[in-house]
Design a protein around this ligand. Structure first.
Ligand SMILES: Cc1ncc(COP(=O)(O)O)c(C=O)c1O
Length: 422
């Protein structure tokens, strides 16, 4: 951790207390620019709101990305609240409810990513009732994906998208949905991949499917959405994705695709979240108690997996491994000791780290958990045991001038079905 980040994290701890998520905005924005540059204009960027839906972040990202990809009525509402125009929103998600589709039609959501024939029926009916035509993308569930993805959704029964094998049938029935206009295709078949060759291989599978199904539907697609799957390191020994290498492998594939007249003018999008923002967020938590138990040096923190399910190893991982963790109060040159870090929850599974070496960590000190910008708070069971909910702090750095703003959101602002609430 560099000295400036450490000093900002300490400042946040003092000003706002803990537990607090800290998001470094400038670094996130520069990642967006870096990805754009690497592909030299071949791709636009679609930010996956699910990776961090904080409204202030959405507001700040809005003019830096081409679209916001939302996956619920609540996320759509957040995008709108952040001032993002509805026509620059894509709406994916395997089980959109009637209410969510109604909202999308009412606000004029620009790009509906449709994931099943049922959804085609329902959306067509709602669009017809409102006298509009909705632009749609069909999400394809490929039959194959390369190895090396953290989670792989392809080639097995899945709730996501329309199986590649069923696409010809669905495309043959397009006339059944006269109020839907097919604008292109979408694929997202794997997450968190750190291997450039595997990402390129996956993109070539996408291009093959996009080409075949554009021909089958006899369209010149406006847009093709590549669910990117670019990963970030979470554990010791994980590689960092070599973005230059990814671009070297993928750029020629796109150039080649464009030689096909049918696909020449399609705008290509990278739909992604974690790669842009994950590394630039930290969860800062204080040590509220220390003890020794049967030979282990235990430090008990003021948040548990209620505040950060993924760092506690409970989101899609089979074996928990330590995340990047620093003692932000420690003298980095001090002798290191070995700790077990636990949260305050009344369950044995509330263990953040074991056999973790840190500079001496005492009651009152604070730690920071890295790689926490994406899938942090919004992916965590924050109501569990009614522990305090982490704050969220947005940091902007201009030379030596550091600004930390509390962007914590009220608890009771999730979008609810009209029939359900209050
Ligand atoms: C459809 C879709 N798009 C985008 C994403 C964002 O993925 P990531 O944050 O890993 O880039 C996901 C994550 O699961 C997804 O399911």
């Amino acid at each position: 951790m560099n000295a400036q980040i450490q000093s900002v994290l300490r400042q946040v701890r003092t000003e706002f207390g803990t537990p607090s998520y800290v998001y470094f905005l400038d670094r996130m924005l520069s990642n967006i620019a870096r990805v754009r540059d690497a592909f030299d204009g071949r791709f636009g960027i679609s930010y996956a709101v699910k990776s961090n839906p904080n409204r202030e972040l959405l507001k700040r990202f809005s003019s830096h990305v081409d679209t916001l990809d939302v996956s619920s009525g609540g996320e759509l509402q957040r995008a709108l609240d952040a001032g993002h125009p509805a026509d620059r929103v894509t709406f994916s998600g395997p089980a959109k409810s009637r209410e969510e589709l109604e909202l999308a039609v009412r606000v004029g959501c620009g790009e509906m990513v449709v994931e099943s024939p049922n959804e085609l029926d329902m959306l067509n009916e709602l669009a017809s009732a409102s006298g509009v035509t909705m632009p749609i993308f069909l999400r394809i569930n490929p039959a194959t994906a390369p190895r090396h993805f953290g989670v792989n959704m392809a080639g097995k029964p899945s709730q996501f998208g329309i199986d590649e094998e069923d696409m010809p049938t669905v495309l043959g029935q397009l006339d059944t949905w006269p109020n839907l206009a097919l604008r292109g295709f979408h694929i997202y078949s794997g997450t968190n991949c750190l291997n450039a060759e595997a990402l390129a291989e996956n993109f070539s599978i996408f291009i093959d499917l996009f080409t075949r199904f554009s021909e089958a539907a006899d369209i010149h697609p406006h847009k093709l959405i590549f669910g990117s799957g670019f990963g970030i390191p979470y554990h010791d020994g994980d590689d960092t994705l070599d973005l230059a290498q990814v671009a070297r492998l993928i750029n020629p594939l796109i150039d080649d695709m464009r030689r096909n007249d049918r696909l020449a003018d399609a705008k290509c999008m990278l739909e992604m979240g974690r790669y842009l923002i994950g590394p630039e967020g930290y969860l800062v938590s204080s040590v509220i108690a220390q003890k020794r138990s049967r030979g282990k040096n235990i430090r008990l923190l003021d948040t548990g997996f209620n505040g950060h399910l993924a760092a506690w190893g409970m989101m899609g991982t089979i074996i928990r491994r330590n995340w990047p963790i620093w003692n932000i109060d420690g003298d980095m040159n001090a002798a290191r000791e070995t700790y077990m870090l636990t949260g305050p929850l009344c369950t044995t599974i509330d263990t953040l780290a074991d056999d973790l070496e840190l500079p001496k960590l005492s009651r009152g000190d604070a730690i920071a958990i890295g790689s926490s910008g994406a899938y942090g708070m919004s992916s965590s069971p924050i109501r569990f045991i009614s522990q305090p909910i982490p704050r969220e702090v947005l940091v902007t750095v201009d030379g030596l001038n550091v600004q930390c703003v509390d962007v914590t959101e009220p608890m009771r602002d999730v979008w609810m079905h009209e029939t359900q609430h209050v």
